[in-house]
Each structure stands twice: as structure tokens, then as C-alpha cells.
Design a protein around this ligand. Structure first.
Ligand code: COA
Length: 162
């Protein structure tokens, strides 16, 4: 069985991310969505919320598991017995950063391959930051994220501005 890990901050998970999850299942038998605390990015949503939302979004997708992880990604991948990492490439601008990460991860673990997948064109401009900005400015969200994610973001901004 081939197991893939799709790592990220997922602050929050978007329709672009779920598109990549579905595409990954064509390549791997099982997929683990691995959510990093990533305090460096100062996430808006607590880690537990990011995990819960990713579970909600993927609940009808067979063979998908969601989990948080701490520390080095390569160690987590090894612990989980996975063979590959999945990353989404949306535009040429993603490439340099992704290339660097993939090479570093391979340096840390020679056995680990990174598989790059392209999301559907309709999500090629989408980022979690754009979604958060829309939520902050009370813009429409449902086209970009699952309704439960949209609700959670609206509540979060409401709480922050109270
Ligand atoms: N659809 C929509 N958005 C997408 C996307 C897609 N298909 N693919 C990527 N993105 C967006 C993300 O939403 C995010 O947007 P944001 O910057 O507005 O938040 C951005 O692209 C990429 O962010 P993220 O997915 O969080 O990745 P990252 O580049 O911050 O890396 C980890 C996150 C978890 C993979 C990395 O920090 C890590 O490996 N941490 C563990 C520690 C470690 O091992 N470090 C060494 C690794 S080299």
C-alpha cells in the first residue's frame, strides 16, 4: 500500500487543498493530511480547529486521514511509514520555494520523494491568506471554502473584533 503525506499549515483548508487531496488519491492508496502548528506563520485558527475543519472537509473521502504533527516533516513521514510527500503547485511563483523544500527533504531522507500536483485552474489563484482577507472584510467565502470553514472564519473574526 502506498501512503502519501500532504503537509501544510491549512489555515484554513480551502477548496484548492481539497482538490489536491482528491487528486492525490489517484497516486496513493492512502493519504494523510498532516497539519503543522507553524507558529512562524502566526496562524489565525488554533491547530485543533485546523485539524477539525480538515476532518470535516475530507469526511466523505475514502482513505484520507487528518492529523497534526510537530517537529521535522521527514521524521513524521518515516514514523507513519509513508513513501511520498504531496505538494500543490499553482503557478511558477510557487516553484522556487517548493523546489527548495523538496530538495531539503530529500537531503534529510534519501528515500523520500515529493510529488507535485496541479490543482484545477479555477483554484490556481487561491491561498489561505486571500480567504482570510475576504473573511476579515466580510466578503463571500463559500465559493472558496467549505461552509463550515466559512462559518468558523466569520466567528473567529467576530470574536477578535469584540
Ligand atoms: N490551494 C489553495 N492554497 C494552496 C494550495 C492549494 N492547492 N497549495 C498551497 N496553498 C497555499 C496555502 O494555503 C498557503 O497559503 P498562505 O501562505 O496564504 O497561508 C501557501 O500556499 C503555502 O503554505 P503551506 O501549505 O502552509 O506551506 P508552507 O510552505 O508554509 O509549508 C510545511 C508548510 C508544513 C510543509 C513546512 O512548514 C514544514 O514542512 N514544516 C515542518 C518542519 C520541517 O520539516 N521543516 C523543514 C521542511 S523544508
Amino acid at each position: 500500500m502506498r501512503i502519501g503525506v500532504y503537509p501544510g499549515t491549512f489555515d484554513p483548508i480551502t477548496r484548492g487543498h481539497s482538490d489536491i487531496v482528491m487528486r492525490s488519491l489517484r497516486v496513493f492508496d492512502r493519504l494523510i493530511v498532516a497539519i503543522a502548528p507553524n507558529p512562524r506563520k502566526e496562524p489565525l485558527l488554533p491547530l485543533a480547529d485546523r485539524v477539525e475543519l480538515a476532518k470535516i472537509v475530507t469526511k466523505d473521502m475514502p482513505n484520507v486521514e487528518v492529523e497534526s504533527f510537530d517537529g521535522l516533516l521527514v521524521n513524521y513521514v518515516r514514523r507513519r511509514g509513508a513513501q511520498g510527500l504531496i505538494r500543490g503547485i499553482r503557478a511558477v511563483s510557487d516553484f522556487e520555494h517548493e523546489f527548495q523544500m523538496a530538495l531539503l527533504n530529500r537531503k534529510l531522507d534519501e528515500q523520500l520523494e515529493t510529488v507535485f500536483l496541479m490543482p484545477s485552474e479555477e483554484y490556481s489563484y487561491l491561498t489561505s491568506s486571500i480567504v482570510k482577507e475576504l473573511a476579515m472584510l466580510k466578503g463571500p467565502l463559500e465559493e472558496f471554502v467549505h461552509p463550515e470553514v466559512a462559518d468558523r472564519l466569520r466567528h473567529r473574526y467576530r470574536d477578535l473584533h469584540r
